[in-house]
Design a binder for this molecule. Structure first.
Ligand code: NI
Length: 179
């Protein structure tokens, strides 16, 4: 088990366009997946992208298959590893909701996202993934894949009156769940 350090906003490595994975089912890729999952679980994260631990590859993990302690009301998202993703909006409906990010600790902001998306990509063995999702699942996918294009959620925000410290915005949330 290797819990890796999570880069924070301001680190230029979070602003890169990540490189596509070219070889699947390698020892290196399986080790990277283990590190991503260990790091995400240690931080109670809803998801984590390889660039957040300084790895310049198009790989994200998200979902747990069980309720997330940081988002207990959110629908359950299946545990997913997604490599070389393509995310396509379906329709033009947007939804606004609060997001946090392990690279922007202690803060939350109101972020517009596509309400419904199709995402494709590959798992760690190179098997194709093709899903159509909406709501929270769609939001998580868009947030995590944005990390692969050098975008952090504040860069998607339009109304900065709805951006602030978690402890101020949501006083009931404990410190352990604050990012
Ligand atoms: Ni994030």
């Amino acid at each position: 088990m290797t819990v890796r350090a999570i880069l924070k906003m301001g680190d230029p490595r979070l602003l890169r366009i990540a490189q596509p994975v070219t070889q699947f089912d390698t020892d290196e890729l399986h080790l990277l997946l283990t590190d991503l999952l260990d790091t995400m679980h240690a931080a109670n994260g809803a998801g984590l992208a390889a660039p957040q631990i300084g790895v310049d590859l198009q790989m994200v993990v998200f979902g747990s298959g069980q309720p997330n302690p940081r988002y207990p009301q959110a629908p359950v998202v299946p545990r997913t590893v997604l490599i070389n993703p393509v995310v396509t909006p379906l329709g033009d409906e947007e939804q606004l909701d609060w997001e946090g990010c392990l690279s922007v600790p202690g803060m939350r902001g109101m972020v517009p996202r596509w309400g419904r998306v199709r995402y494709t990509g590959f798992d760690v063995w190179g098997e194709a993934i093709d899903r159509t999702v909406d709501g929270f699942h769609a939001r998580v996918v868009q947030h995590e894949c944005d990390h692969l294009w050098g975008k952090l959620y504040p860069m998607r925000m339009r109304d900065f009156t709805q951006f602030g410290f978690t402890e101020v915005l949501f006083p009931g949330i404990s410190a352990a769940e604050d990012d």
